[in-house]
Design a protein around this ligand. Sequence first.
Ligand SMILES: [Zn+2]
Length: 290
Amino acid sequence: VIRRRRAVVLLVGVLFIAVGVATELGGGSGHAQAAHAGPTKRALRSLAAGVSFDQLTRTTQREARAIENVRRRVPFVSAGGRRHRLVALTFDDGPGPYTGRVVRALRRLGVRATFFQVGQMIAAFPGVARRVRRHFPVGDHTLSHPQMAMLAEPVQRNEIVADAERLRAVGAGRPLLFRPPYASFDLRTLEVVRQQGMLMVLWNVDSADWTRPGTRQIVRNVVSRVRPGAVVLMHDAGGDRRQTVAALPAIVHRLRRRGYRFVTVPRMLLEAPPRSAQRLPRGAQFARRH
Ligand SMILES: [Zn+2]
């Protein structure tokens, strides 16, 4: 069994490198697509079996299919395509004491966004988690927020599966998206995420809001770095998030003036599918070996 698992991990590694090499050369990877067709077909069948994502996760079936299509092409996503002026704000580490304020601010501004929640936080703030999932799609951000690349495969698997179970328990449905804490992951993480039917979502704009640099600096970090297809990393928990909340109106107004529309990550994948070549964010800890 161990040998087979190693073979699987090795295969994924080879695929990942194949995708990387192919995308570096500017083309898609037919081999990688063929290899991923099996699980994708299964996932599509379960979609067709009448699982309603619309009501439970605010992700439409068309968006869920778009996620599947992307999953077939790339090992992870850090930005959408550039064909429309779309931007996806994402909020990590909640639910927490400031999440309600973030949700209120987003709704007041009429902004769609995506949340990545931590299982231990869901246990501490289940009511807040329910409130978020009523309005926004929610992805998996592990049970306890570890550096995944440091962990053995069964531990990684438990981190992902246990958070998915907590999300389901608060009515968020089966998570379709996964974000590794600290962008720390390795080939085993990619394999578990794929097996669980999720797409790994990183980011290409870091608000650095967790360092609490001041509201104006957070606004600057985001507004100056956003390009069409941007996925913006923000936080609704993990500390005092008043600066994040205060920065939202200026971020939204200034980007709207530049013609941007705020969408969820699933919506972005549908309207502006990402290019095959996806870059790791600065500071990402991707371990090819283990
Ligand atoms: Zn996090």
